[in-house]
Write a new protein. Structure first.
Length: 276
């Protein structure tokens, strides 16, 4: 078991002991980033602690601390493996509990959102900003022209313009399995805003919004917000992550490809191509 990520100094020793005591853990590798205070470190931010009879109940918070997530992940993984090895109804139940706990630790999403309960399109919410050395008119023109998307979005196989602001998407999902949906433009302000959302009844509920800001030096700042609720909500996201389809890291890569595509007019070599 390898421990990674930021953690508060006062939690290190307790974390090591608890992880080492988890059944199935034989060795603990320490690669933790120790900090005396949380400061402005994103991974150490959380809600105020809740207490009951003087004890801190971190598991009752919306966002768990790094220590709690590591412990929960280790415990969940061990339960999942142990349950799978029993090959019985009880074992299957243990595996399900373990996988749920592991998903909660991986995503740091509360249970109701983890399973997509009343989450709508926002079980997963991602926002990124990037600056492009190109005028806003050029940057904006790229987005309504759907045929460009496969050139900088690595998992997008094809986007068909259906007219009247509607489009049909084919995207590579976990393990490369194609996923399809239809979307409708919900907001369109030239050189300022472009937004869309999936149509009712789609298996994956998804919405996106892109804001374009022209800068005095001629560059353009683009802020992209994507929200989606895959099957099983955040659990679907966790499963996708295990298969190499983490949307957060994927979006970072796609933005770099978009920057290359716009600034150099060259197609990134690893971008997807339309399906034939």
């Amino acid at each position: 078991m390898a421990l990674q990520g930021p953690v508060l100094a006062q939690e290190v020793e307790s974390l090591r002991k608890r992880v080492a005591s988890v059944r199935g853990v034989r060795e603990v590798e320490d690669h933790l980033q120790v900090h005396e205070q949380a400061g402005d470190i994103p991974g150490l931010q959380g809600q105020p602690a809740r207490r009951l009879s003087g004890r801190r109940l971190d598991v009752m918070q919306t966002y768990w601390s790094p220590t709690t997530r590591l412990l929960a992940g280790a415990t969940g993984g061990a339960l999942a493996v142990y349950g799978a090895g029993r090959r019985s109804t009880g074992g299957a139940t243990l595996s399900l509990i373990g996988l749920t706990l592991l998903a909660r630790a991986l995503t740091n999403i509360e249970m109701k959102r983890l399973f997509g309960v009343r989450a709508g399109r926002r079980a997963i919410d991602i926002q990124k900003t990037i600056n492009l050395n190109a005028p806003v008119e050029r940057v904006f023109s790229l987005w309504p022209d759907y045929k460009n998307f496969p050139y900088f979005m690595s998992n997008v196989r094809e986007v068909k313009d259906l007219g009247d602001g509607r489009s049909h998407w084919i995207v590579a999902g976990p393990a490369g399995v194609p996923i399809e949906w239809e979307a409708t433009i919900s907001s369109y302000v030239p050189n300022e805003v472009l937004a869309w959302r999936t149509e009712p009844g789609s298996l994956i509920q998804h919405a996106g919004r892109v804001h374009f800001q022209s800068n005095p030096d001629g560059s353009t700042t683009v802020t992209i917000r994507l929200t989606y609720n895959p099957g099983l909500g955040g659990v679907g996201h966790a499963v996708a992550t295990l298969f190499g389809a983490d949307p957060k890291s994927q979006m970072d890569d796609d933005l770099v490809r978009m920057k290359t595509f716009i600034e150099t007019s060259k197609t990134p070599s690893d971008a997807a191509r339309a399906m034939r």
